[in-house]
Every structure is written in structure tokens, then in C-alpha cells.
Design a protein around this ligand. Structure first.
Ligand code: C2E
Ligand code: MG
Ligand code: MG
Length: 744
């Protein structure tokens, strides 16, 4: 830990030493010794820092150490002249050492600059700063020194050599100020050290030109420079590699810098003495020209950069980041183009049950499924087609030149390709792998095409067709105007349902569920009816989907539930043991998904006084397949004592896995298996398998839609004990529980 702070204590000690040296009398022995000790210590500290932090690239630090030692050798030689020979010749051997140290420092700084990544913009910035500083340097330091007439050639040469070496330092410093690469504390200290060195040299050579003061004034600058140089080597960040910095934009600081540099030359010309000297005038004018050109080049570079960035943004907007497919924007543009060029067709794909994947397996798996599907889709389209992800689980394909027949064959092929399971278990080391997970995702495809439509309208048509396909469970659906008429019709129907609820136009009828061989009505299924004032009796098949769509099913369903509970409670009170044991109420997905469905049911039971065991709810496989809140609600109902029946079993997903995750008591075997039960065939085999499955899992099997005595007999032979259908009774407001045909 102490090692990490060593640079700080070194800085403190160095500053104190510098202050002491400054207050000590000039050229006293003690001052000289202090000066040389600090110099030597700094050189040693660089070597120590090198050993302490072990940087990947030690070369640059070795050069700094060598430079520092050479500098100190110059100091010692100088002291030897003063203290021993009592004279101070200029130039002397000391200057050989001093000037000799510059190349080493420059090499070190070059190595530092070289390992930083830089753009053309950075280099121009550096050139702007270097030109500005260089101009000032030339006018105030180099030119007066070079023009000083009263000195020998060798002295003039030496005096010019210092600032010239400093000019090199300026260039390198400018690069460090403006360039890319991390500005670690170590780099900042280095920059400060080199800047102090430059300041020291400037003071040293200009003081005799402008004032009578002693060059002693430059000493603290040199000393502090030594201290900082060593502190840079002692700082732990000296071993940090230069991480690339974000490309710098035109920040206010940069604008200020450009402004200052560009104004420098004209301001210099206004200064007394400078505007008069022809050489300075020409220098300032040349410098100003160079600066203005550089600033212009740099600003035009920014313009190019802004253009590039906006092009990049456009490109990003055209691509879906998750799958790399075209975005909705790009797709719309492609459709627009295709409409100008010919007769396009588009196919819109919606993934069935994708929400379930996201909810149950998490977003990362969901994203992977989408990418896999995107790959599958890209592989299944003909050349020239544009494949896009429009968002969520919706994909789209543009067939630029196709007729409806081709599009429909293509869509059938796609639907087939998507039926293959998506394998989620890719590699054993993959953290996302879900062991043994094979996901079956179906798609619903909507097709639209033609000539005289806008792209937006075409997409809307395909979307409407896709939703229609989803609703009916077909894989592919072509848009037709009647789809829209139906949609309009549904809107009207929706409004009417609300009015019907208010005006009490709904009735509940009850269909017996019979136990064999006793032929007792053990249960009834509650079925809703709409007595429409003008249209007569409207089938639930016509209005339930609409009510589900606009959400009215929640209100309607609660009313049905309460009515059914009251009805059975009434029968139990009047008929006693002749009343059915249970009433079965159909419940929609939308109702189950509401957060408080179980408490709604509990309240209906409490209000009617019906025991929970007298109620069953019928749900379809599709309603619970997507998991989530629906399954939570079923568990809560189960906890209340309400039975759960799986309706129309065999027509939905028919996933046996569902029977594990969803609490089920009753399996209602769909009418379609009952229809041909009297002839030996597939349906008979399935019906038999289902009754065996039910008894194996401890479930009650109810056969739905039994219309004839022969069907009843066949079902009974297969092992069915509970039957429902027109043969035993049509749904009625007041079914006759006593007179039910036993079978034939
Ligand atoms: P479901 O739940 O499968 O109801 C059975 C349907 O089959 C009823 O049609 C019933 O009248 C009919 N059915 C019964 N036995 C026979 C038969 O022997 N032959 C024939 N051809 N049909 C028979 P319904 O009442 O038209 O109901 C149709 C569907 O509407 C229901 O199917 C159910 O999914 C839905 N539904 C009916 N009432 C409600 C309700 O109160 N709430 C909700 N959410 N859905 C309901
Ligand atoms: Mg039902
Ligand atoms: Mg059914």
C-alpha cells in the first residue's frame, strides 16, 4: 500500500526541496548540493519506479532516466565550474551534457506518443497547438536570441539550440495534449514535467535579453521538472497501457483552443515592438495563415465526421440489431420501391406463443429463439426477397415480383419449415442451454399483395390476415376485403355487447353431463345465450371471441359465473339430492389473466352460498398454454376447492406436459373424436387412449358432443363414464334432470 502512495510523498518532498533551494542564497554551496541531490534522486527515482511497477514497455522510461542522468551530469559539471574553478564560461562542457539530454527525452516522449492511437484530427489539433505555441515562441524567444548581436557565433548557436530543442518538445507536448489515449496521472505528470522544462529554458534564455535579473529564476522550474518527471515514473499508472479514449468531438474546450490559436497571430501584431519588426510581421502573417488553414481543415473534418455519423445512424435504423435482418423502416422502403417497380407480395409472420418463451425461459433464451428463427427464415426465402424483423415476434418477407399463387405456396413452405422444433440445447458449455429443450413454435402467416396500395396499407392488410390466421389457428391466410368487413362488423358487435349487458339480453342455459350406467345428471355445463332483439338468438361462437377481443368478456364472464352459481344453489334448495352435483362454467383466457380472478370466483361462491366443490371451471389448452398468471389463477382456484376442466382436449396443443404444470381434474374430450367413434379408425384409437390416460392420471374423462345412442354405447365400451351431448339433452334454461335416456 505504501508503494502506491510513494509518488505523492516524493512530490511533497520535492516541492519542499525546491522551495528551500529558492530561498537559499544563489550559488551558495548548500544550494548547489541541494540542487544536485534532487536531480540525482529524480534520476534514481525513475529507475526505482521502473523496478516497482514493471511496465510492459520499459524502454521509454529508460530513455527518461538516461536523459535525467545526463542532465544531472550537466548540473554537476556546472557546479564544478562554479564551486571549484570559480568561473562560469558559456557555452561549456555542461551545455554539451544539457543539450545531449534532449534527444533522450525526445526519444522517450516519441515512444509515449507512438503507442497512442491517433486520428488525422488529433494530428491537426496537435499541429494547431504547435503552430500557435511555436509562433509565440519564435517571436518572444527564438528570434530575439538569434538576433542578439553582441555575442559570439558559438554562444549564439548554443543559445538557439536550447529553444530549438524545446520547440521539438512543444510539438510532442501538443500531441500529448490533443491526442487519443488515456490521460493517466502518470502521463499528466510527464506532460507537466516537459512543460516546466520548456518554461525553464524560456526563462533562462530570455531573462538576459529583457531584464537585468539573474537566471537563478529558472532554477525552481528545472527542479520541479525533475521532481515531476520522477513522480510520473513512481505513479502506479505508469504501467497502465494507453487505453484508447473516445474520439473527441468539438467540445467547448477545443473550440476555445482553436479560437485562441487562430486569434494569436493578429493579437501578436498589435503588441508594441512586434508590428514594427519586419521579420516578426512576416512570421506572424505566415503563422496566422497556417493556423487559419489548419483550423479550416479541422472544422471540415468535423463536418465529414458528422456526415459519417449520420450515415452510421441511418444504417443502424435500417437494421434490426438483434437478428441483423432489415428493420421495419428498411422494409417499408423496400416495399415502396417494389410497388414502383412491379407487383410485390408480402408475408407477415407472427410467432405463436412467443410470450410464453420469454416468460418461462427468460429474455436471453427468447432472443436466441428469435435469432434462430431469423436464420431459418433467411434460409427459406428465394433470391431477391427482403427479410425483416418488424419488432417483437413479427417477421416479414417481401417477394418483389410474385403473384398470389406463388406467395401462397411460398407461405405454406415457410409454415412447414417453422414446424421443425427449435433446439435450445446447443452445447454443454453454453450457459443458456436448457437441457433437453426442444421448442415447438408455430407461426401464423398473413399474405397481402397487389399494385394499387401504399406500403403502409399493404403491411396493415398482411397484419390483419396474420391476426385472422392466429384466431382461427390456420397457418396461412391471404388478405381479402371481407377480412376488413368482418373487422368492422366486430367493432359494431363489440358495442352491441356492452348495450346487451346493460339491457339484460344474455341468458344462461345448462346442458346435462350424464353418468353412465346410472344415467344420473351429475353435472351441468353453463352456456351463455344472447337473445338479440332483432337478430334473434346469437351463438356464443359469434360473440365470445369479440368479447374476448375487446375485454368485455371479463364483465360478461363474471355475470355468467354469478348466474350459474345462483342457479345451482337454487336447484339444490328446491330439488335436494335430485339436483346436479356440480355446475361447469366456461372461462376465457382473458378472465384468467386478470390478477384477482380467484377472488372474483370466491366472492361469487360466497354470495350464492354454493360450496366450492360444486363448481368447475372449463378452460381451453390454449388459454393456459402460455403459462404465467393463468396458471397461477388455476392453482388459486384449486386451493379454493374448485375443479378444473380442460375443455376441447385434443384440439389445441395437446401437450401432455400441460397436465403436469396445470392442475387438472377433468378432461373434456373434444367432439371431433366422438363424431366417428362408431367406426373403427384413428379417432377411436385416440378416444380410447385419452380415457386410459385420464384414469391413469386420476382424472375424470367427459366425452363431449354425443349425438346418438350408438356413440354413447361405443364410448361406454371404451370406458367413458361421463357423457355430454344432444343425445342426453340440449342446453336449456331448466333442464329436466329426471328424464334422461340411459343410452339407446
Ligand atoms: P364448449 O365449452 O365446448 O361448449 C360445448 C358446445 O358444444 C356448446 O355450444 C354446446 O351447445 C355444444 N354441444 C353440446 N352437445 C352437442 C352435440 O351433441 N352436438 C353438437 N353439434 N354440439 C353440441 P355453444 O353453447 O354454442 O358454445 C360454443 C362454445 O362457446 C363453447 O364451447 C364455449 O367455448 C363457448 N362458450 C359458451 N358459453 C360460454 C360462456 O359462458 N363463457 C365462455 N367464456 N365461453 C362460452
Ligand atoms: Mg365448455
Ligand atoms: Mg368443449
Amino acid at each position: 500500500m505504501g508503494h502506491r502512495r510513494i509518488w505523492f510523498w516524493w512530490l511533497v518532498a520535492g516541492t519542499i526541496a525546491t522551495t528551500c533551494h529558492y530561498v537559499l542564497p544563489d550559488r551558495s554551496l548548500i544550494a548547489s548540493i541541494l540542487y544536485d541531490v534532487v536531480g540525482l534522486a529524480a534520476a534514481g527515482a525513475i529507475l526505482y519506479g521502473l523496478r516497482l511497477h514493471r511496465p510492459d514497455r520499459p524502454r521509454m522510461w529508460r530513455w527518461f532516466a538516461a536523459g535525467q542522468f545526463t542532465f544531472v551530469a550537466g548540473d554537476l559539471t556546472y557546479e564544478f565550474y562554479i564551486q571549484v574553478l570559480h568561473r562560469s564560461p558559456y557555452p561549456s562542457i555542461a551545455d554539451v551534457f544539457y543539450l545531449g539530454s534532449y534527444p533522450m527525452l525526445v526519444v522517450g516522449l516519441l515512444l509515449l506518443v507512438r503507442r497512442r492511437r491517433s486520428s488525422a484530427g488529433d494530428l491537426i489539433d496537435a499541429a494547431i497547438v504547435a503552430t500557435g505555441l511555436g509562433l509565440a515562441f519564435w517571436i518572444f524567444v527564438l528570434h530575439p536570441v538569434a538576433a542578439d548581436a553582441g555575442v559570439s557565433t558559438i554562444e549564439r548557436f548554443t543559445t538557439v539550440a536550447y529553444p530549438a530543442a524545446d520547440a521539438l518538445l512543444i510539438g510532442l507536448l501538443a500531441r500529448l495534449f490533443t491526442g487519443g489515449g488515456a490521460r493517466t496521472p502518470s502521463v499528466r505528470l510527464l506532460v507537466a514535467a516537459a512543460a516546466l522544462m520548456l518554461a525553464g529554458d524560456s526563462v533562462f534564455v530570455t531573462i538576459p535579453l529583457y531584464t537585468q535579473a539573474s537566471t537563478h529564476l529558472a532554477d525552481p522550474l528545472y527542479l520541479l521538472s525533475y521532481v515531476l518527471w520522477a513522480a510520473a515514473a513512481l505513479h502506479p499508472s505508469m504501467s497502465a497501457s494507453a487505453a484508447p479514449r473516445e474520439a473527441a468531438g468539438v467540445g467547448p474546450a477545443r473550440m476555445l483552443l482553436f479560437g485562441a490559436c487562430a486569434l494569436l497571430a493578429p493579437v501578436l501584431l498589435l503588441l508594441p515592438g512586434i508590428g514594427d519588426d519586419p521579420v516578426d510581421r512576416v512570421s506572424a502573417a505566415a503563422g496566422a495563415t497556417v493556423l487559419i488553414v489548419l483550423v479550416l481543415v479541422r472544422l471540415s473534418g468535423f463536418v465529414v465526421e458528422v456526415r459519417r455519423q449520420s450515415a452510421e445512424l441511418t444504417r443502424a435504423a435500417m437494421q434490426d440489431p438483434l437478428t441483423g435482418l432489415a428493420s421495419r423502416r428498411r422494409f417499408e422502403l423496400a416495399v415502396r420501391q417494389a410497388l414502383q417497380d412491379g407487383r410485390p407480395q408480402i408475408a407477415l409472420l407472427g410467432v405463436n406463443g412467443f410470450k410464453h418463451v420469454n416468460d418461462e425461459l427468460g429474455r436471453p433464451v427468447g432472443d436466441r429463439v428469435l435469432r434462430l428463427l431469423a436464420t431459418r427464415l433467411s434460409g427459406a426465402v428465394p433470391a431477391g426477397a427482403v427479410v425483416a424483423r418488424l419488432g417483437g415476434d413479427e417477421f416479414a418477407v417481401l417477394l418483389p415480383e410474385a403473384d398470389a399463387g406463388y406467395a401462397s405456396r411460398f407461405a405454406d413452405g415457410l409454415a412447414h419449415a417453422f414446424r421443425a422444433p427449435v433446439s435450445l440445447a446447443r452445447t454443454p458449455t453454453d450457459p443458456l442451454a436448457v437441457a433437453g429443450h426442444e421448442l415447438y413454435v408455430g407461426v401464423a402467416i398473413g399474405l397481402a399483395g397487389g399494385r394499387d396500395v401504399t406500403p403502409v396499407e399493404m403491411l396493415r392488410q398482411a397484419e390483419a390476415a396474420m391476426y385472422a390466421a392466429k384466431q382461427t389457428g390456420e397457418p396461412v391466410r391471404q388478405w381479402t376485403p371481407s377480412l376488413d368487413e368482418r373487422a368492422g362488423e366486430n367493432v359494431r358487435l363489440g358495442a352491441e355487447i356492452r348495450a346487451a349487458l346493460e339491457h339484460g339480453q344474455f341468458r344462461v342455459v345448462y346442458q346435462p353431463i350424464v353418468e353412465l350406467p346410472s344415467a344420473r345428471v351429475v353435472a351441468v355445463e353453463a352456456l351463455v345465450r344472447w337473445e338479440h332483439p332483432t337478430r334473434g338468438l346469437v351463438s356464443p361462437a359469434a360473440f365470445i371471441p369479440v368479447a374476448e377481443h375487446n375485454g368485455l368478456i371479463v364483465e360478461l364472464g363474471e355475470w355468467i359465473l354469478r348466474t350459474a352459481c345462483h342457479r345451482l344453489a337454487g336447484w339444490r334448495a328446491t330439488l335436494g339430492p335430485a339436483a346436479p352435483d356440480r355446475v361447469s362454467v366456461n372461462v376465457s383466457a382473458r378472465q384468467l389473466a386478470r390478477p384477482h380472478f380467484a377472488s372474483t370466483v370466491a366472492a361469487a361462491l360466497a354470495d350464492s352460498g354454493l360450496p366450492a366443490s360444486c363448481l368447475a371451471v372449463e378452460v381451453t389448452e390454449t388459454a393456459v398454454f402460455e403459462g404465467g398468471q393463468a396458471v397461477v389463477a388455476l392453482h388459486e382456484l384449486r386451493a379454493l376447492g374448485v375443479r378444473i376442466a380442460l375443455d376441447d382436449f385434443g384440439t389445441g396443443h395437446s401437450s401432455l406436459g400441460l397436465l403436469q404444470t396445470v392442475p387438472v381434474d377433468i378432461l373434456k374430450v373434444d367432439k371431433s373424436f366422438v363424431d366417428n367413434i362408431t367406426e373403427a379408425g384413428r379417432n377411436t384409437v385416440i378416444a380410447e387412449a385419452l380415457v386410459q390416460l385420464s384414469s391413469g392420471l386420476g382424472l375424470l374423462a367427459v366425452a363431449e358432443g354425443v349425438e346418438t345412442a350408438a356413440q354413447a354405447e361405443a364410448l361406454q365400451r371404451l370406458g367413458y363414464r361421463y357423457l355430454q351431448g344432444y343425445h342426453f339433452g340440449r342446453p336449456a334454461a331448466e333442464p329436466d334432470f329426471a328424464r334422461v335416456p340411459a343410452h339407446a
